[in-house]
Design a protein around this ligand. Structure first.
Ligand code: EPZ
Length: 427
């Protein structure tokens, strides 16, 4: 199993190309199931999760062709052409779904297009139980009959889905995406109230619109979808990854470096830019992306609470904790989205951080310095928070279980090494 070795203490300086967003790319790929014509997606990141979903789609009968190259080599990321001319199977099997929870996003499109789907329940994961009840309740309101048997969701709508009003009791990115896709082919109008407003949801809505869907309220918490008979082919470019952007901004900040994040969009990161500003990090827009520089002196502790967009993203909580672990003063970090997303805390403490968890909050008392250690992590963002801490720590850190990083960060070690980090992958 690969590991990553980092010798800390070197400022991260230079330019980092930001890849296409993983969490936008995954739902966009499943949208290909909605049409018999070809959906061409560009600026896709080269990541393990993209391959996992491609394998699932192929198994449903989608033909996939790939060209282009990885981002950062002067190209704009990979291009995938996805053609779901005939759906050959409506079953998403356990062995593929268990590898990645986002596989549940095939449910809405398969049901809308084929009138049936059998999708394995994804099960819990390292950051919480993560049920899919909101996806299932919403589809039931659109007229689907849903039955849970032998670990699978069996969904049927032999006469097609019918538009309805769905009021989400809490904000869910995945449930919003699944229902948005399903509603595009339902008869009549659907209103999704208290819908997620994440940029990835808006990117999906834009792509669906290019495919012929009729959607109002994009970017707001109420989406109105007027169902159409069929969707057609389209070409769509995936938005830049705001979580990758925030991660590298924090890597520069913790090491006292200065970076330009190429292709990054400030409008996707307002809450993060605000917190970084209060911590002593300036983030300004350039004509190529975002420029990040830490002010002279140490970072300041700032309280942070994760919230649905436009609030502070849970996917940057772990990285922020590393930053605060090396800041001056204390910071209270509260996780309001997932119930178990502090698995990085014991590992950060092994690197010299002073963090106490009380329920959904963590009190971080910043230390003058962190120290390298052998560490391992349980999920993608926890792993990268250890990389960030290691970049600033004295001595050597070895991060185990690198496969977590490969799920969501394209060429992480190359991008950081190009900015001066002493980082290498050990095979
Ligand atoms: C998406 O997950 C992202 N994944 C996650 O990114 C991200 O952390 C999360 O949104 C929140 O922003 C993808 O986009 C592929 P949710 P998703 O439904 O859609 C509860 C990363 O590191 N809930 O918005 O699964 C749920 O348990 C990842 O890249 C229900 O109770 O998240 C959670 O507490 C990890 N019932 C909260 O809602 C449901 O039916 C928000 O989850 C659905 C969700």
């Amino acid at each position: 199993m690969d590991r990553i070795r980092i010798c800390g203490g070197v400022p991260i300086n230079g330019e980092i190309p930001i890849s296409g967003a993983k969490n936008a790319a995954l739902p966009l790929m499943t949208a290909a199931l909605l049409s018999a014509e070809t959906l061409t997606l560009s600026n896709l990141p080269h990541l393990a999760d993209i391959t996992t979903l491609a394998n699932l789609l192929v198994q449903h009968g989608v033909e996939i062709r790939m060209n282009g190259a990885a981002a950062g080599d002067g190209h704009i990321g990979r291009v995938l052409e996805l053609s779901a001319g005939t759906i050959t199977s409506t079953r998403a099997p356990y062995d593929l779904v268990r590898k990645m929870r986002a596989s549940i996003l095939v449910l809405g499109p398969l049901l809308a297009r084929e009138g049936r789907a059998e999708v394995s329940l994804p099960g819990g994961c390292a950051i919480g139980t993560r049920p899919v009840d909101l996806h299932l309740k919403g589809l039931t309101l659109l007229g689907a009959e849903i039955d849970l048997r032998e670990g699978y969701v069996h969904a049927a709508a032999p006469n097609g889905l019918v538009g309805a009003e769905i009021v989400f009791p809490m904000v869910s990115v995945g449930a919003t995406e699944n229902l948005l896709m399903a509603a595009t082919l339902a008869k009549g109008t659907t209103r999704l109230v208290n819908a997620a407003r994440e940029p990835e949801v808006t990117d999906l809505a834009l792509c669906l619109t290019s495919m012929g869907a009729r959607i109002e309220g994009m970017g707001s918490d109420t989406l109105i979808i007027h169902g159409v008979e069929r969707l057609h082919g389209a070409a769509h470019s995936v938005i830049p990854d705001r979580i990758e952007t925030g991660t590298y901004a924090m890597a520069a900040a913790i090491t006292g470096g200065e970076v330009e994040l190429l292709g990054a969009k400030a409008e996707h990161l307002r809450s993060v830019i605000e917190i970084l500003g209060r911590a002593g990090v300036s983030v300004t827009e350039t004509n190529r992306g975002l420029h990040v520089k830490r002010a002279d002196g140490r970072l300041h502790g700032v309280d942070v609470m994760t919230e649905p967009f436009p609030g502070f993203p849970t996917d940057l909580q772990a990285q922020t904790m590393s930053l605060m672990a090396a800041a001056e003063g204390a910071a209270m970090i509260t996780e309001s989205i997932f119930e178990n997303r502090f698995m990085h805390v014991p590992e950060l403490c092994r690197m010299g951080a002073d963090i106490n968890v009380h329920g959904a909050s963590a009190m971080v008392r910043g230390q003058p310095s962190l120290t390298g250690a052998e560490v391992m992590a349980t999920d993608l963002r926890a792993s990268v928070s250890l990389v960030i801490a290691a970049l600033a720590a004295q001595g050597e850190t070895v991060v185990n279980r690198v496969y977590h990083l490969d799920r969501g960060y394209e060429r992480l070690e190359d991008k950081l090494a190009a900015c001066g980090a002493r980082i290498e992958r050990i095979k």
